[in-house]
Design a binder for this molecule. Structure first.
Ligand code: AHR
Length: 496
């Protein structure tokens, strides 16, 4: 039976002023050596348009709570500089600011998600940013926007009320932040027909107390099923996958078989966090009005040798691709609560989908990129209930890990089934038994490579890339697939 719609927004992205994500990743400014449109890299835009990226979060992350938007508008040569204290203490020249970000979103066809500064900003500063971006008339902020060259307001639906208030966003206690979130949200207003969706800082990992405190701070959510949640509409959740500890997170490309499974086992914890945070939320919000926005997720490894430790630059293998598959599976299963998710981060930082080579300028699509591309059919499709039977498992990191991850969605008379074989060394046979419908495979593609640590580089950009797969066969109960070890498959089915 088709279930809830999988919002395309769970395939969202994140761009922070961190390392080479914005500068050198999205933005090359006046650099004539790299093809660009008004300073935005054209190859990056083209690659991301193929993913149909639905939204882009900016300017941070931790950076957001140090960012003062007025420093990033007006003539570039007159913009003040600032120190990016969280990420390498480098000097930020503010050449990529509000207008450049919104131009990037327009080039991408993505909806903007702006993170407001609660940690070191003011209510007035945030309220005026909303007015500057989204107001149509001749208000002071709208007039200022026009003076800087943009007549029409932009549509900016998503607003973050700070970031990680429990940490880099101000080291606040939950009660303290809950009050501030109510206060700031009040001044993030709809302007004309720009309707805002306010995302308050939620928990990290399994911090259920933070969720509980934030949920308690809502106006009565249970009383009227039709009254919208307020004064904010969603809580964020941040969770990163690593095989070690925060001080030694594990290497991106040199890992043991054991570390392969630890990474996937820890990725599978996302599903547990979603279930348990949702359960806490249900107690206050039985009508499920408050969304969960997983606006930072992904792998976090030790940086590549020889790169700046503060720039969080890492490679990306088939293991990362399967971590992504496990996350999408979890987001789809929780489609009634998870309204948005943002991988950290899009270019050159953490589990990037794109890497740009600083010397040659070559753009590389990572294995994670391909999982996003192979999943575009799930955007806004109805989720299908999937039950796995007799799945092989492995014990890793103190839990039983299912070695097959599967998710499916349907639209009209077609279905998209995504299957991952998490077994590092053995193939697995899966029978797709579609109750009540007959299915024919219209086409399938597979992402795999000779070794689990295979990855793409400027010299070998397609070492891991999807290829046509003709191994989906008819079976008395439906369809039979033999998945090679460490692989990800997307099969399009015709339903009758
Ligand atoms: O994504 C990198 C950082 O991780 C973000 O700035 C912060 O929000 C989180 O701790």
């Amino acid at each position: 039976m088709p279930g809830r719609v999988i919002s395309r927004h769970v395939y969202g992205h994140f761009a922070e002023h961190l390392g080479r994500c914005v500068h050198g990743g999205f933005w090359v400014g006046e650099d004539p050596k790299v093809s660009n449109v008004r300073g935005v890299r054209s190859d990056v835009v083209e690659a991301l348009r193929a993913l149909r990226i639905p939204n882009l979060r900016w300017p941070g992350g931790c950076f957001a709570d140090t960012y003062h938007w007025r420093d990033g508008v007006g003539p570039r040569e007159r913009r003040p500089r600032m120190v990016n204290g969280h990420w390498g203490d480098v000097v930020e020249d503010n050449s990529f600011g509000t207008h450049e970000f919104l131009d990037l979103c327009e080039q991408l066809g993505a909806e903007p998600y702006v993170s407001g500064n609660v940690g070191s900003g003011s209510v007035r500063e945030l309220a005026e940013w909303v007015e500057y971006l989204t107001r149509a008339d001749d208000s002071p902020m709208a007039a200022s926007r026009r003076a800087h060259g943009r007549d029409e307001p932009w549509r900016v639906p998503f607003w973050g009320i700070g970031n990680e208030a429990w940490g880099c966003g101000g080291n606040m206690r939950a009660e303290q932040y809950a009050s501030l979130a109510r206060h700031y949200s009040t001044f993030v207003r709809d302007q004309g027909d720009n309707k805002v969706y306010r995302i308050a800082v939620g928990p990290s990992d399994g911090d259920y107390e933070w969720t509980e405190t934030m949920m308690r701070s809502f106006d009565d959510l249970a009383a009227d099923p039709d009254a919208p949640a307020g004064p904010f509409q969603a809580l964020s959740l941040h969770y990163y996958t690593m095989t070690g500890s925060w001080s030694d997170k594990g290497a991106a490309t040199r890992f043991t078989d054991d570390e392969w499974y630890v990474a996937l086992s820890r990725a599978s914890v996302m599903a547990e966090y979603l279930t348990r945070h949702s359960t806490v939320m249900d107690r206050y919000d039985p009508h499920r009005k408050v969304g969960l926005v997983v606006d930072e997720w992904g792998t976090w490894w030790n940086v590549e040798p020889g790169t700046d430790p503060a720039f969080l630059y890492q490679q990306n293998t088939l293991r990362d691709a399967l971590v992504a598959a496990v996350h999408f599976d979890a987001f789809h299963r929780h489609a009634d609560r998870v309204v948005m998710a943002n991988i950290a981060q899009t270019v050159n930082v953490l589990q990037a989908v794109l890497l740009t080579d600083p010397e040659s300028g070559v753009l590389v699509r990572t294995p994670t990129y391909h999982v996003f591309e192979m999943s575009t059919g799930h955007h806004d499709a109805a989720s299908l209930d999937v039950h796995l039977r007799d799945v092989p498992t492995v014990e890793s990191d103190g839990r039983q890990l299912d070695l097959v991850s599967v998710t499916a969605s349907t639209r009209d008379d077609s279905a998209l089934v995504s299957l991952a074989n998490l077994d590092i060394g053995s193939p697995v046979e899966v029978v797709l038994d579609l109750r009540g419908r007959t299915a024919r495979c219209r086409g399938a593609r597979i992402l795999t490579a000779p070794t689990p640590a295979s990855h793409n580089t400027p010299h070998s950009p397609s070492a891991v890339a999807p290829v046509v797969f003709d191994g989906v066969r008819e079976h008395p109960r439906g369809l039979l697939v033999e998945l090679p070890p460490h692989s990800y498959l997307a099969a399009e089915l015709q339903l009758t």
